[in-house]
Design a protein. Structure first.
Lengths: 504, 361
């Protein structure tokens, strides 16, 4: 595994980066040779994206150095990274859809004509044609991006990287929304790039793909570097064991809940979107913590939002205490005693400009109406005080704006918002995302207590230890389908990882 | 005891505001608008004491009343991250509809020849007209609200379209003629309760305008609505985070309908007050009022990014404009400068106000 230094186009040496409460990267090093595909693998939260954001100038590492072509560089912005020959193909492409291919590729660096201020359109389209031809892409440079498929947009994005003379191209889950044929053509382009001497850092969860396309594989875990291997030396099982190989420590409270009879059942749930969840059936018992595992993009969130009335389905039913529910909106779901803690706390959880009190009480105000329309402030204040105390929410007072609280406390506020409605089924979507370790334990304790009180908990989690440490049973999803339901005590990380990639 | 402690605490806070430099500067920034307001009053009051005379205060309150009521209407739209550009034209519509139905029977040039003779019960007719006008405007508000809530047209565009439609309706309805010669019962709206013990000299007595009373009343109702009812809480929630509001079980569409409908009702009241004040209504009634109402709300701290805004702030914003207009008059400034000064005040006030939020980051 010893490589000569001068052979590497890129070296990231001993990179460390922390966020409040998390050591995201801890002494990570990676070396990439020109004309190769270097795969970067790890579970969600292993630090792959953070590392790449450091490379692309979005974040700045606290320790460590980046060496490009033998020269130490400091990358303070994506623009600087682009100038120095590093390009990134994001998972979510952000093209300017209403402009054509040529304009998208040369945006911000249009060829100028001899007359001041005027763009040399002839050269623009000529250059684009030549560029596309050299990459074996057969597009008309005048095509609007909106008229292209996702994979074609991706090709344009890659062409743009080449046009900027990129030495290193980062591809973050480039195949997540591609069909099999499209993946094939992407691989052709990648091989094309390799032949031109471009180095590609390839992030993906899909084992087969990795083994097929990459030359070297670096595996990360918990923000740490695990190792680098030649792809030919690896197998799927080997990669999984290296990705998850860690000891489970006592990070979870003891559970004394006893699952009873089935009270909540989902049958045959199928989305209106072809690529989303299909024919999902499962049942949850009273007092049970039912974990849902899978990789990002397995459509778990979409499924839960559909159950809660936020998304449409073509078929499927929810049976609750023997009764078929007709849920058309969150309001209906809430009335029946279902609560949903959403994944995106900032986007669909907190009301950042409102107070803690308003944030706690907003979903249960109907309980506090006196004299026709007037709200009983005293009762509302009691409710808030009670919850702040019970869940140990750290806030100066109830009138403080929720945005000034820490992530963990914000999460507790939203949990208490739902507790105020006394639901029986609690859907928690990534309940500890972005929360520091101490607050995580508190959230786990709350979840455990709720289950002990006989509430049914459905918990989506992308963190393997959390899933294993908290769940009575675990349902694993892959590509919108249920790939298995396993017992939380007897299962292993390897089994779940295998199920999570079953249909890929 | 609790109350006394609270009072003591507030007093200590006040003292420390004046002794602690940082706190003082912060307080200065946070209350910039109020300070500007106070400065205008003191400056003009010294230059021309008549500025603070009871007579001028009455004029001020009568001018402020319809503006405040209209601004309250718009505030709901603004707080939910929307806007209502049709406000001014709806004010005009309300003025024209109500005035046309309240023209005197002895006036030959009245718009509707069929107006009934109610004899001594004229007042019931006028009350009926007022209610009818409010309902008309609520319905128009409901249409705007539906376009925003169900068709998902951005409020700026939706209400811009409504503005044009309503203006055209006004033209067709009034045949572009001014509507005057209104019944005395209708004009009563612009009168007030005389207070016999405050003598203004020359046999005139102080009187409290009904408009002023109405403005205070509606202000109080809105304060309760915004702070003590589900309607208010849901409105702030939608403005703060519409997706989270939906997840929390709030029917956001119905809420938007209610808000635009209520706004319509407020424009109706504002329009009728203006018509009564002027003794007539015409096409130009209400022109540009929406912009002044939005400006007043913004100056009063209604956030353009939604979820924030207080009734007291809206009142402050309206008063800034009315005091300013009156001040310019009293200072003898050429009225051509009015809009320039108003524009400057908007820019300065909001630039100051926004510093509060910038500093927080």
């Amino acid at each position: 595994m010893s490589v000569r230094l001068d052979e590497n186009v890129l070296e990231m040496r001993n990179i460390s980066k922390s966020f409040p409460g998390v050591q995201a990267l801890d002494d990570v090093s990676i070396s990439v040779k020109p004309g190769t595909v270097h795969a970067l693998m790890g579970e969600n939260g292993a630090g792959k994206s953070t590392l790449m954001k450091c490379l692309f100038g979005i974040y700045h590492q606290e320790l460590g150095e980046i060496v490009l072509d033998g020269q130490q560089v400091s990358l303070n912005s994506p623009q600087e990274a682009l100038r120095k020959g590093i390009s990134m193909i994001h998972q979510e492409l952000q093209p300017i859809k209403e402009r054509d291919i040529a304009e998208n590729i040369y945006l911000g660096r249009y060829p100028m004509s001899k007359i001041p201020f005027l763009i040399d359109h002839k050269k623009l389209y000529q250059d684009t044609s030549e560029l596309l031809e050299s990459l074996d892409m057969h597009f008309d440079p005048h095509t609007k991006l909106a008229d292209l498929s996702v994979s074609q947009m991706q090709s344009v994005e890659i062409a743009k990287a080449v046009s900027m003379n990129a030495k290193v191209v980062i591809m973050d889950e480039p195949t997540s929304s591609l069909t099999e044929n499209e993946v094939e053509s992407l691989f052709k382009i990648i091989n094309n790039l390799k032949a031109k001497g471009v180095a590609i850092i390839y992030i993906s969860h899909k084992m087969e793909e990795i083994l097929k396309i990459s030359d070297e594989v670096t595996i990360m875990r918990d923000g740490k570097y695990v190792g680098t291997w030649k792809a030919s030396e690896l197998t799927t099982d080997l990669i999984i064991s290296k990705m998850v190989g860690r000891e489970l420590t006592n990070r979870f409270p003891a559970r004394h809940n006893t699952p009873g009879e089935v009270i909540f059942e989902v049958r045959d749930f199928t989305s209106i979107h072809e690529k989303s969840f299909r024919e999902v059936s499962f049942s949850v018992k009273k007092g049970e913590i039912f974990g849902i595992g899978g990789l990002v993009g397995a459509q778990r969130t979409e499924l839960m939002e559909a159950i809660f009335g936020l998304r449409h389905i073509t078929k499927g039913e929810v049976i609750y205490k023997g009764q078929t529910l007709n849920i058309k909106s969150p309001k209906d779901a809430i009335k029946k005693g279902i609560a949903l803690l959403t994944e995106d706390r900032r986007g669909s959880g907190i009301f950042s400009v409102l107070s803690v009190a308003d944030n706690v009480s907003i979903a249960s105000l109907h309980q506090y109406v006196d004299h026709l329309v007037m709200l009983n402030s005293k009762k509302i204040n009691n409710l808030v005080d009670e919850n702040v105390q019970k869940l140990n929410i750290k806030t100066p007072d109830n009138k403080t704006l929720i945005q000034s609280l820490s992530g963990g406390n914000q999460q507790k506020v939203i949990i208490s918002r739902w507790l105020a409605n006394n639901p029986d089924v609690f859907i928690l979507d990534e309940p500890t995302r972005g929360i520091d370790v101490g607050a995580k334990y508190e959230i786990y304790t709350i979840i455990t207590k709720l289950a002990e009180e006989g509430k049914s908990i459905i918990m989506i989690s992308s963190e393997m230890p959390e899933l294993l440490g908290m769940s009575d049973r675990i349902m694993v999803m892959c590509e919108g389908r249920v790939s298995g339901i396993v017992d939380g005590k007897s299962t292993t990380q390897e089994e779940i990882m295998a199920l999570a990639t079953k249909y890929m | 005891m609790g109350f006394i402690n609270k009072l003591q605490e507030k007093f200590q806070n006040l003292i420390s505001t004046f002794t602690n430099r940082d706190k003082f500067v912060k307080a200065l920034f946070n209350n910039a608008i109020l300070i500007v307001l106070l400065a205008i009053v003191v400056f003009v009051g010294i230059r021309n004491p008549n500025y603070l005379s009871p007579q001028n205060l009455i004029t001020l309150s009568v001018n402020a009343a319809p503006r405040f009521i209209i601004a309250l209407g718009v505030s709901g739209c603004l707080i939910t991250r929307g806007t209502d550009l049709s406000a001014g034209r709806m004010v005009g519509m309300a003025g024209c509809i109500s005035a046309s139905l309240c023209q005197r029977l002895d006036f030959a040039g009245r718009l509707h020849a069929w107006l009934p003779d109610m004899g001594n019960h004229e007042v019931y007719w006028v009350i009926g007209v007022i209610l009818f006008t409010i309902i008309c405007c609520c319905l128009v508000g409901l249409i705007s609200g539906s376009i925003v809530a169900f068709l998902k047209v951005p409020p700026f565009i939706a209400t811009l379209g409504m503005q044009q439609i309503i203006y055209s309706f006004n033209m067709i309805y009034t045949k572009s003629q001014p509507i005057g010669a209104l019944r005395s019962s209708f004009l009563t709206l612009a009168k007030g309760i005389t207070i016999p013990w405050i003598d203004l000299g020359k046999g005139r007595f102080m009187s409290i305008p009904y408009m002023f009373i109405l403005m205070i009343l509606i202000g109080i109702i809105f304060w309760f609505l915004y702070n003590k009812t589900r309607h208010g809480k849901y409105m702030y929630a939608i403005g703060g985070n519409e997706v989270a509001a939906e997840v929390s079980g709030i029917n956001t569409k119905i809420m938007l309908l209610k808000i635009y409908c209520l706004a319509g009702g407020m424009y109706a009241i504002g329009g009728m007050l203006q018509a009564a004040k002027a003794g007539a209504a015409s096409l130009s009634l209400g022109q540009g009022y929406e912009l002044e109402a939005i400006a007043a709300c913004t100056i009063g701290g209604v956030s353009t990014t939604g979820g924030v805004g207080k009734v007291s702030g809206i009142l402050t914003g309206v008063l800034v404009f009315e005091l300013l207009k009156s001040a310019l008059l009293f200072l003898g400034v050429d009225s051509n400068y009015n809009f320039m000064v108003q524009g400057l005040v908007i820019l300065v006030a909001v630039a100051f106000d926004i510093r509060k939020y910038i500093a927080k980051k």
